[in-house]
Design a protein around this ligand. Structure first.
Ligand SMILES: Nc1ncnc2c1ncn2[C@@H]1O[C@H](COP(=O)(O)OP(=O)(O)OP(=O)(O)O)[C@@H](O)[C@H]1O
Ligand SMILES: [Mg+2]
Length: 224
């Protein structure tokens, strides 16, 4: 189980997460719904160890990990697909996929095993393996970013607004990939952020809402 316990995070001198507490069970899928500026990206960056805590803590299976840096969290099996993908333009798709696995020190055989695993889960990717990261369409880039997160995210995977900017056909394609992930990797805990949960409703177990840095179970936080 991955738990945030009264987490407070400052960004640019502004308290962006205010005593955020929630948990993701191993193998469960949660969507975090919130509008622009609510704190979705900040929540994922915090989980990934990219932002320091002002207060509270983060536990993984009971162990306090809030001081574990980002590469250490990747080594604990946490994978992250940022909204803007951040693929390396000069590296081809396969090199982009392999990079985080190299960064956490997996040996060549294990990297290859995971790569083949990701290729079989996301059949869109093998055909792109030699394409430069910078030459991909938006939909292709999102799929590669998902694959890259899965290369290290063997326990938890965080996806930041994966459907943002995708045309409906591509969004459906991506939703199918997530369904396949849910079926074939039942142990992975998934946290997906969205401004509207329409594409993920079928695959998620829990819906959480975030509004002005506060996270709650129901839509009560939302002020129309
Ligand atoms: N570098 C920064 N300096 C100051 N404020 C920031 C900075 N980055 C983010 N913020 C503020 O923190 C709040 C939360 O931002 P965050 O990016 O987490 O929201 P979000 O829910 O991901 O929004 P979006 O849907 O637009 O991606 C916003 O009010 C934003 O303006
Ligand atoms: Mg965001």
């Amino acid at each position: 189980m991955l738990e945030l316990d009264t987490v407070r995070v400052n960004v640019g001198g502004f308290l962006v997460l205010r005593d955020v507490s929630f948990a993701i069970d191993a193998g469960a899928a949660t969507v975090l719904v919130g509008r622009n500026g609510a704190g979705k990206t900040t929540t994922l960056r915090t989980l990934m160890g990219l932002l320091p805590l002002e207060g509270g803590t983060i536990r993984l299976d009971g162990r306090d990990i809030h001081r574990v840096p980002a590469h250490g969290r990747a080594a604990l099996g946490m994978g992250y697909a940022p909204e803007d993908r951040r693929l390396i333009g000069d590296f081809n798709v396969e090199e982009n996929l392999l990079l985080p696995a190299q960064a956490i020190g997996l040996n060549a055989a294990e990297r290859r095993r995971r790569l083949e695993d990701v290729y079989s889960l996301l059949p869109e990717l093998p055909g792109l393996r030699t394409r430069p990261g910078g030459s991909l369409s938006g939909g292709q880039g999102k799929m590669v970013a998902l694959g890259r997160a899965l290369m290290v995210g063997t326990s938890y995977v965080f996806l930041d607004e994966p459907f943002q900017g995708l045309a409906p056909a591509l969004a459906k394609n991506y939703a199918r990939a997530l369904s396949r992930l849910r079926r074939e990797k039942e142990d992975i805990g998934l946290l997906v952020t969205e401004s509207s949960p329409q594409y993920v409703e079928e695959i998620v177990d829990h819906t959480l809402y975030i509004e002005r840095g506060e996270v709650g179970e129901r839509d009560t936080l939302q002020v129309e």
